[in-house]
Design a protein around this ligand. Structure first.
Ligand SMILES: Nc1ncnc2c1ncn2[C@@H]1O[C@H](COP(=O)(O)OP(=O)(O)OP(=O)(O)O)[C@@H](O)[C@H]1O
Ligand SMILES: [Zn+2]
Length: 647
């Protein structure tokens, strides 16, 4: 019998010494230390992962601990509130097993420094995330670095684990993700008829316009809306409205900002809407609100802004309870007005037009109060019933109750699949489903092959190291052309995201500019396409070569297949009729996305960005070849927020 001091004797006996050695020496990255992440980290350290000489568990999370996390994120306790999740997860994990090599990063996985070389330094990655955007990013990085990913998600009682490996299995984006909610642009911005429309407007339109990323894509959104047949006259008006909002935004830090915002959105914009008589022929017209009347009306007790709780001398616990009860009180228009004015003042003080934009977070009182106040005032202008703060929080935060047991089961399944990954046994690896509806609660299915039309995993990813002053011209000359690493002949275009950087003969102006000057820094992807049928090549810029390097551009040529594959013919229409499993995956992923990491974290959100439906995960096939026209606008791409259907 193994000595009592050997805490791993059982695990070693079950796994066998060889596999257990791999467990101990595994270098793995856990992204997210929330509900699933905490369970997962506990399982990993208790099973001996990262305890070998070469082993490492790196835990990365952008958030700090919130009181509301404590009911299910058992690595955290009350005294940890406000501390970084990753750091506390590490501290607690070390108490469970002091022999584990564990590193904590309080960072966003989307930061550029987590480039392809960073990902390559791990044997595999485990996702314990709660939003589509970050999941997609990690999926792409793992494909680029060619390392396995274990993807997971839970939503209420359902959950799933999906092992992903480039060329071997479906990737996260091989199947479509469902449309969470769709509203037409005009419904949100001109003709709301429900409280949800008003909340969507306050959260996904007014808030980002005033305090979020200053989004130049707004113009484009409206162009697209016009092209898609929405009311032309109204779109013109919305353009003017957006311009005026930009002016307001510039003066947010000046005296009287709340009044100016109020006068614009609840007086000027409503008056403008009223002039469009056709619009109100068959619907109830809105009415303007009056600043003087509302500001001079006597305040009611429940209207006191939430910040006053902190200073009124109650204990923290009592304050919280009171706040919770208060959150469920019906708000009068005066209450909403006071909340709005106070929230604009608080947010304006935090807002720096040149600094980091603010983003909505249901747990950030200032942003929540703004949405509650602004949405209810809009509701009042359109004679729609107001909502309590609790209701707004639930809707705007897309809250689906998170269940600790579901997280625990999924975290266990993740570790189980990690063993298959360590064995490199992809035939044994399985997608695991925790369901409520099927006959079996636990469903297990073999992994599917990659979708031949998936624009995310079918493109060719090539890690490249460059010196810091490499130019775009050098990159193209060095890598592209007959007999070169990327043997595209004739016409070639080079893009970074949607930005065109180069086109053979037509646009070579950037040739002498350094990649750095062009914003193509480490962590970025450069897409090289030709005018034939080849899948594009995505160059993944890794860590810079040292200045002393004799080589200036070093591609990982082993990542380039020869010949470069061409796109498969478009799928037959009936190929879309999918299996129920695909539907379930999508549902779980969406639900999981909806549980909302809407953390006010830097860079966590892309607010007001126009994205293709495909990018937003709204369609079944990631078929780049089809280049479909944009039919949806995502006003807030995280957590299944508001997607505006332009069709
Ligand atoms: N881009 C990202 N980089 C790093 N961590 C991320 C990123 N996006 C989300 N996360 C983290 O993923 C974790 C997901 O955990 P979970 O689903 O339990 O969410 P939560 O924010 O803890 O809970 P809730 O949203 O219910 O309050 C969160 O801790 C969140 O901070
Ligand atoms: Zn794919």
């Amino acid at each position: 019998m193994a000595p009592a001091t050997d805490r791993y004797s059982h695990t070693r006996a079950i796994l066998g010494p060889q596999l257990f050695e791999r467990v101990q020496d595994a270098r793995l990255l856990v992204v997210g230390a929330g509900g699933i992440g905490c369970e997962l980290i506990k399982n990993l350290v208790m099973s001996g992962f990262g305890t070998g000489e070469r082993g490492l568990i790196e835990v990365l999370d952008l958030d700090t601990i919130d009181l509301s996390n404590l009911n299910r994120q058992f690595l955290f306790q009350k005294q940890h509130v406000k501390r970084p999740k990753a750091v506390v997860a590490k501290e607690t994990a070390l108490k469970f097993n002091p022999h584990v090599h564990i590193n904590a990063l309080h960072r966003n996985i989307k930061d550029d420094e987590y480039n392809v070389d960073y990902f390559k330094s791990f044997n595999f990655v485990m996702n314990a995330l709660d939003n589509l955007d970050a999941r997609r990013h990690v999926n792409k990085m793992c494909l680029a670095a060619n390392i396995p990913l274990l993807e997971s998600g839970t939503s209420g009682y359902v959950g799933q684990v999906q092992p992903i490996k480039r060329e071997t299995t479906e990737c996260f984006d091989c199947t479509g993700k469902p449309v969470p909610k769709t509203f037409a642009v005009c419904t949100i911005r001109s003709t709301p008829s429900t409280a949800h429309h008003c909340i969507a407007w306050a959260k996904s339109y007014l808030f980002p316009q005033l305090f979020g990323a200053d989004d130049e894509a707004d113009q484009q959104e409206l162009d697209d809306a016009e092209k898609n047949g929405e009311n032309v006259e109204e779109i013109q008006e919305l353009r003017k409205e957006a311009r005026a909002i930009r002016e307001l935004r510039a003066g947010l830090n000046l005296e009287g900002a709340a009044k100016r915002v109020f006068e614009k959105v609840y007086v000027g914009d409503i008056e403008r809407l009223l002039k469009m008589e056709d619009m109100w022929a068959h619907r109830k017209a809105p009415h303007t609100l009056n600043w003087d009347e509302l500001s001079s009306a006597p305040s009611t007790s429940s209207s006191a802004p939430s910040t006053s709780d902190a200073s009124n001398g109650t204990t923290a616990a009592n304050g919280k309870d009171e706040a919770r009860i208060k959150d469920q009180r019906k708000l009068s228009i005066k209450d909403s007005f006071d909340l709005f004015v106070d929230a604009v003042t608080r947010l304006s003080a935090r807002f720096d037009p040149l600094g980091e934009p603010l983003s909505f977070d249901k747990d950030d009182e200032d942003t929540l109060d703004f949405v509650v106040g602004a949405a209810n005032l809009r509701a009042a202008a359109f004679d729609i019933e107001s909502q309590t703060k609790f209701q707004v929080k639930e809707y705007a935060g897309n809250i689906i109750p998170a269940i600790a047991t579901t997280n625990a089961i999924i975290a266990a399944a993740l570790v189980h699949q990690a063993l298959n990954v360590l064995r490199s046994d992809w035939s044994a690896a399985r997608t695991i489903w925790l369901k409520r509806t099927s006959q079996r609660i636990f469903d297990v299915s073999p992994l599917s092959a990659p979708n031949p039309h998936c624009a995310v995993c079918r493109v060719v990813y090539v890690p490249v190291k460059v010196v810091e002053d490499a130019t775009l011209g050098e990159l193209v000359r060095e890598l592209v052309g007959e007999g070169k690493a990327i043997p595209f002949e004739g016409f070639v275009s080079v893009q970074e995201g949607t930005r065109l950087l180069w086109e053979t003969e037509d646009f070579e102006d950037n040739a002498e500019k350094t990649l750095k000057e062009l914003g193509v820094k480490e962590g970025k992807f450069v897409t090289i396409s030709d005018d034939e049928d080849h899948w594009p090549v995505q160059l993944c810029i890794g860590s810079y070569l040292p200045a002393s390097s004799t080589e200036r551009i070093v591609p990982d040529t082993s990542a380039i297949p020869s010949p470069i594959p061409t796109r498969a013919p478009p799928p037959a229409p009936e190929a879309d009729s999918d299996s129920s499993d695909v539907e379930d995956l999508a549902t779980v992923v969406e639900g999981a996305a909806a549980t909302g990491a809407e953390a006010g974290a830097p860079g966590a959100k892309v607010v007001g960005k126009k994205r293709s439906a495909e990018e937003a995960g709204l369609e079944g096939e990631g078929d780049e070849g089809k280049k479909k026209k944009v039919e949806y606008l995502v006003l807030d791409d995280e957590d299944g927020d508001v997607v505006i259907d332009l069709t």
